[in-house]
Design a protein around this ligand. Structure first.
Ligand code: HGY
Ligand code: MN
Ligand code: MN
Length: 407
């Protein structure tokens, strides 16, 4: 059974990967034609699984198994969007696997004592718009609605993207769910790291999801001729950016609980024979320990300003995004552990360095995550891969979990 279910998941994910604007890897941004095509495929498979399907005004596609009145609802799912030239599993696998699990139970004629909703959130990566997690935050009632007027790189606001998608952004505030109606949120996700593969395990239970913060930093120096200005008279913005990047790396190497990344850097004028006059960069910090992360962020802000002063540069730095760490619910973790053990697999608990929709759903209800082994730990990359076998075991664990969970 396992292999067959895993093969089906692989086939679905292959079709979904076609919903992409890039040939290399998957590039599927929210509220685009690719998103619409992915939703159409998910709708078909959700309906075949006996789920009723609708989309809410934050763009979340919802497949519902209704167990009847006065039953609580278990929420499952993940995000449909991807990074630029990302993999075929990040997010979307966490929508497909529960749908296949529910389809299996439906075909077996199993009646659950609680309702289930599989949620396909529109935007978790925050790549198209400078914001993220609009869907889960709308359900949790924690959305800062000012983000709806943030623009993508083409100047399109999230608001107009929602309207063009046939949605009514003015109704987003009505999406807040009553926590008393919810059993919890369980997200299935590819690990995106090498730990399960290193341990030789197909599945894992997530203990906590790291918190994250991003600092937008701009150094302004003086663009100048690379051949005529002596080194001591330069105001080189990229040299300063390099110093900050190394400082962030040194800090993260020193602190075991901290990860620091400079993954985005724009240089002006960005030509070989001119001293860089302006650099804007994004420093990202992650940790399961919020205090460690926040202290590191403050330290780097101070260091950046001191570096700019020493070199006679302008410096603007601001924290543009932050999310606290999320600790997964123990009873849901135990339910996942029992389900993994029931399919004769060892139970292994690990933190998640990546953030997830579950981070935002934790403001609505208790959350937990099931991790699936990731080949070579490669993710946010076209080479991302989860095997039929491992996905089959994950579906089997979800079937076990749905049958075991107490409402
Ligand atoms: O950045 C993250 O951790 C997630 O993949 N958006
Ligand atoms: Mn991702
Ligand atoms: Mn993800």
């Amino acid at each position: 059974m396992t292999h067959h279910l895993g093969q089906r998941a692989q086939e679905y994910l292959k079709q979904l990967a076609e919903c992409s604007i890039s040939e290399t890897g998957v590039t599927r941004f929210p509220f685009t034609l690719e998103h619409k095509r992915a939703n159409a495929l998910l709708t078909t498979w959700m309906e075949e699984a006996g789920l009723s399907v609708r989309i809410d005004d934050a763009g979340t596609l919802i497949g519902r198994y209704d167990a009847g009145n006065n039953t609580k609802t278990l929420l499952m799912g993940s995000h449909q969007d991807s990074v630029k030239q990302g993999g075929a599993y990040d997010g979307i696998m966490g929508i497909v696997l529960p749908v296949i699990a529910l389809d299996y139970l439906n075909r077996q004629g199993v009646k659950l004592p609680f309702s289930v909703e599989v949620l396909a959130f529109a935007d978790e990566e925050g790549v198209r718009f400078p914001t993220a997690l609009v869907g889960p935050r709308a359900l949790a009632g924690t959305l800062d609605e000012s983000v709806i007027d943030r623009k993508d790189k083409d100047g399109i606001t999230l608001r107009s993207a929602l309207l063009n998608f046939g949605l009514q952004p003015e109704k987003i505030s009505q999406l807040k769910r009553n926590p008393g109606d919810i059993l919890g949120f369980i997200e299935t996700h590819i690990e995106q790291g090498p730990v399960l593969e290193h341990e030789g395990l197909p599945l894992g239970v997530v203990s906590a999801i790291s918190g994250i913060e991003r600092h937008q930093l701009t150094f302004t120096g003086q663009a100048a001729h690379a051949g005529t200005v002596p080194m001591h008279l330069r105001k080189d913005a990229l040299a300063a950016a390099a110093i900050i990047t190394i400082e962030a790396e040194k800090l993260a190497i020193k602190l075991p609980d901290l990860l620091a990344t400079v993954g985005q850097l724009d240089v002006t004028p960005n030509v070989p024979n001119a001293v860089p006059g302006r650099v804007s960069m994004m420093i990202e910090l992650r940790s399961p320990n919020d205090e460690v992360r926040e202290k590191a962020g403050d330290k780097l802000q101070t260091f950046a300003k001191e570096t700019a002063q020493l070199r006679g540069l302008g410096c603007e730095i601001s924290k543009t995004y932050s999310q606290t760490a999320t600790h997964c619910d123990h009873s849901l973790q135990l339910a996942i552990a029992r389900a993994i053990a029931a399919s004769n697999n060892p139970v292994y608990q690990l933190p998640s360095g990546a953030t997830h929709d579950a981070s935002a759903m934790a403001d609505l209800t208790r959350v937990a995550m099931l991790f699936v082994r990731c080949k070579k730990g490669i993710s946010h990359n076209p080479a991302e891969y989860a095997s039929d076998e491992d996905m089959g075991l994950a579906i089997e664990a979800l079937i076990e979990l749905l049958g075991d969970l107490q409402c």
